[in-house]
Write a protein that binds this ligand. Sequence first.
Ligand SMILES: [Zn+2]
Length: 257
Amino acid sequence: MLFIDKGLRSERKAAEGALRHGAKALAQTPGVNRVNYDTVMESSANQGHVLHTSLLTSLLVEQGYLCAYCMRRIDERTAHIEHYLVRHPSDEYVQALNRRGYTYDRDEADRQSLNYRNLLAVCDGGSDNPTGKKCCDKSRSDSRWESIPLHISPLEQWHVATISYSPKGMIRSTDPQFDQDLTGPLNLNETALGLPAARESVLKRVQQRVSKRRDGKQLLKTQLEKERDTLLERRDGRLDPYVGIALWWLTKQIEKR
Ligand SMILES: [Zn+2]
């Protein structure tokens, strides 16, 4: 999981504006009494598919074409739009959020369904995996987890800063509730989906790159920082899949210098 900055960009402004415009137009339509993501997308006047494409493209650009949760590569063909606060909450989900001090009900769910900040681009969650194992939003919407709102959010930098990894690519958080989200509802340590192995190989690649200088000496702090900056650079708008583990490890090495 990588921090997602929803700062103002031209793509976001256009997509967010179109979403707001669509919701407003629908609200003014006679006979319409519910304005939410579903009804706005279904409304023929709003050309839902055009709006959907514009939103998805904006989210993909924002996220460097990586799934908001597992960080695998996604694109316009494979990604879909996920609502962080769920669109169709169960009573238990609503009650759990209310217990956390957040007033959530059906009307608020409708409002949040149209809030750009509540939207994330995510992968297919391993839907075609023969083992039936799932991750990301496909896992969190499973009956076991659907009534539990996530605690961890990729939109909060400090949440993401609690994340660490094992040498075998297992993802962890120092916060017990975030840790539970990562391994439970989001199922990001699912070996059947190859997630830890994919992270481990990214970790090994970065370790090999920075540990083998021809003269046998360790890289300087500035060289490690340069390596980290390179990883954060986007090529054709894209970040490398599972780059989170490499960034985490480099940051740790930089802090030790
Ligand atoms: Zn994913």
